[in-house]
Design a protein around this ligand. Sequence first.
Ligand code: ZN
Ligand code: ZN
Length: 243
Amino acid sequence: MSLTVTVLGCAGSFPGPGDACSGYLVRTPEANTLIDMGPGVLANLQVHIPIDELDAVLVTHHHADHWLDLPILRTAMRHALDIEGLPVVGTAGVYERAKLLMGDMSPTFRWTTLRRSSTLTIGDQHLRFAVTDHPVETFAVRVEAEGRALVYSADTGPDWMPGDLVDGADLMLCEATLSQEEEGTVQHLSGRQAGALAREEGVGRLVLTHLAPGLDPGVQREEAAAAFGDAVEVAHTHLTLTV
Ligand SMILES: [Zn+2]
Ligand SMILES: [Zn+2]
């Protein structure tokens, strides 16, 4: 009995060789929730669970590296597996773009649009959200289950005010797209900034994700650890973390 998260893809903005973009499978005894569904995630998902064991999909924002496998999931469900009624939750921006590609998504998907005050219960998983610092509407998410708390930053810059979303999380998957030299150039974080944020919020364990291809994970980890004041890990595809 535990809360785990499996990394199905973690490349920042575009996939490096053999890699996939953002996707995280959150598993508890009663639910399997997929958070983000970038290119390559559907293939990697099936290494861990069959498609018909998914209970919900959540998309944090409409940047292409976070949702472009969603239409392919619908193709699989509709034309091959004959599954209907999967809850899909995302921003209004995702909905508009998904509709352009898929038309009416029902009855395959049961769509819910994320709002600032949204809370969700998926089986034994309780989710709440906070808007991040990013050029388009983006939600970070906190998942609580089994007496543990996981936070995923989605994409964010350093001006994010998470309120109590991150407070004392047992594990935080935090984006670290940029090198320290690139800080402030776009609304993303460096490893150093991720470490500082996690320290300020009293996070128990910090795992960096969404590194831009070509960045040295060792350097990101060291810079984050110095700011966090403790050891830091770097996500890689197919890594499963127990929260
Ligand atoms: Zn991204
Ligand atoms: Zn983004």
